[in-house]
Design a protein around this ligand. Structure first.
Ligand SMILES: *Cc1c(COP(=O)(O)O)cnc(C)c1O
Length: 472
């Protein structure tokens, strides 16, 4: 909305030159953060962007072109100098939130990463012998102790399944129940992994029922393995059925074929498995005779992103020799975090693992924290906050159906403010707060908010309920 002279002058002539922008007061903070050549490039880019938008639509000529360019450079400078990956406050109550990085690491794992990250380490060096070692050793013996079988660590569970299938079944067929051909999320589908591994999928049974004979009837010359998948992120109810794992083990043994089980979550303890409906502990599958199991390191296990392959020693060694192992192996930071997490299990100190601790956080503690938060918000003039009964979710593509009762703080915001507006205001705070909306109220679940973040959470709610919010 400009045409300042009322005349149809060339709008491109209103564009500031590079030097003019660089000499404007707006440039000082840019030059503090980035070298002059980089800033010059960004200024050029910003002027170029404005030029293009003017060519496309001259009526968009800004009132103050210099300011418009400076604002664009501000954004560019910020995107280059501020961290893109940054902490958020997870007030959603989803304990294993895939979009929020899944399991938070425990203190020992954080310390381990800190001590390793900045320097050299014995990742693949045998210090005693003074020669090359193997990166497998650091987590291998701990996993073997916990699972009762040799194990291998790769980048994530998708990589684990891929590698196992590529090694054991790439020239043949894998038998899978139709009821288990799941999409885990973000487009990750088991059939796609199979295809990428060059194994052919042989679907058996129906969506809701598959019996042992369905598997037996599909056995043939080209069968290389049976694959069982824990359908972790959905639940079938009603007329459903599938063979017990022991039955599949017996069938696979009689056909001299490996049985592979994708467990999804790495549930390492029996008592934890008891508390979670339908969650099979890893050791149980191994004890039952499954040839190879695969599971994630950052779901119920509570460690870093990783995929673990465990089971029959000969098969683990075969998978280890597959040339693609090299492409899927983990780095030293993952080894450090996973080793420390596994040590917490070995030592029986599961409370060091945040995912497990959060799941078991006592309701009375959460309730008094919730009341305290509601009261603090009220003291800041934010009315209409109340403590309501709700649920936290285990989440994380592991067992999202699993709910844990949890007291929540319902925030109504200022009069007339919609829940959606309040929620987006919480996200625009730094650090951003991720909350849930239910029945047109914003709900804050303190189960996933460490006490140390409560002050920031209060500040974020104040920010989000302020009458005149700036920004989009
Ligand atoms: C989560 C999940 C995966 C994928 O694991 P990532 O570690 O995210 O690669 C595969 N299979 C099942 C059953 C899962 O639940």
């Amino acid at each position: 909305m400009s045409k300042r002279n009322g005349e149809s002058s060339d709008p491109l002539r209103a564009l500031p030159g590079v030097d003019l922008v660089l000499q404007s007061p707006a440039a000082a903070p840019w030059l503090e953060r980035l070298p002059r050549e980089r800033v010059t490039d960004l200024v050029r880019e910003a002027i170029g962007d404005l030029r293009e938008s003017l060519i496309a639509d001259a009526s968009q000529t800004p009132e103050d072109p210099l300011r418009a360019v400076a604002a664009r450079v501000d954004t560019l400078v910020q995107s280059l100098s501020d961290s893109s990956l940054r902490p958020v406050i997870n007030a959603s109550g989803v304990i294993l939130h895939t979009n929020l990085g899944r399991a938070p690491l425990g203190q020992p794992a954080v310390e381990a990463v800190r001590s390793i990250a900045g320097g050299y380490c014995n990742l693949e060096y045998d210090v005693e012998q003074g020669r090359r070692g193997r990166r497998d050793v650091h987590c291998g013996s701990l996993l073997e102790r916990l699972l009762g079988a040799p194990a291998l660590v790769v980048n994530n569970n998708a990589a684990a399944i891929f590698l196992v299938l590529h090694e054991l079944a790439r020239d043949g067929e894998v038998i899978v129940s139709r009821g288990e051909l799941v999409e885990i999320g973000d487009g990750f589908r088991i059939p796609d992994i199979l295809e990428a591994s060059q194994a052919r999928l042989r679907e058996v049974g129906s969506t809701n029922r598959t019996n042992l004979d369905d598997y037996r009837d599909a056995l043939g010359e080209r069968t290389r393995a049976l694959l069982r998948i824990h359908p972790s992120n959905f639940k079938q109810v009603g007329f459903t059925g599938r063979p017990a794992i022991e039955q599949l083990v017996a069938l696979a043994k009689s056909a001299s074929l490996p049985l592979i089980e994708d467990l999804g979550s790495g549930c390492l303890t029996d008592h934890l498995a008891e508390g979670i409906e339908g969650e099979p502990p890893v050791a149980r599958s191994i004890k039952a005779g499954v040839s190879l199991v695969t599971f994630s390191g950052d779901k119920l296990l509570g460690g870093p992103q990783a995929g673990i392959i465990a089971g029959d020693a000969g098969l683990v060694a075969r998978v280890r020799r597959n040339p693609l192992f090299r492409a899927l192996r983990v780095g030293k930071l993952t080894v450090a975090a996973l080793e420390a997490t596994l040590r917490s299990y070995v030592a029986g100190r599961e409370d060091e693992i945040p995912a497990l601790r959060l799941m078991r956080a006592p309701a009375n503690v959460l309730r008094s924290r919730a009341h305290r938060l509601a009261q603090r918000l009220a003291e800041h003039g934010i009315s209409g906050c109340s403590v309501v009964d709700g649920e936290s979710l285990l989440g994380g593509g592991s067992t999202p159906m699993q709910r844990v009762p949890s007291p929540l703080v319902a925030v109504e915001g200022r009069p007339g403010q919609t829940a959606a507006h309040l929620e987006s205001g919480l996200r625009s705070h730094d650090p951003a707060v991720v909350a849930r909306i239910e029945k047109n109220r914003v709900l804050l679940d303190l189960r996933t908010v460490p006490e140390a973040q409560e002050d920031e959470l209060v500040a974020a709610v104040i920010h989000a309920t302020r009458p005149r919010q700036t920004g989009a």
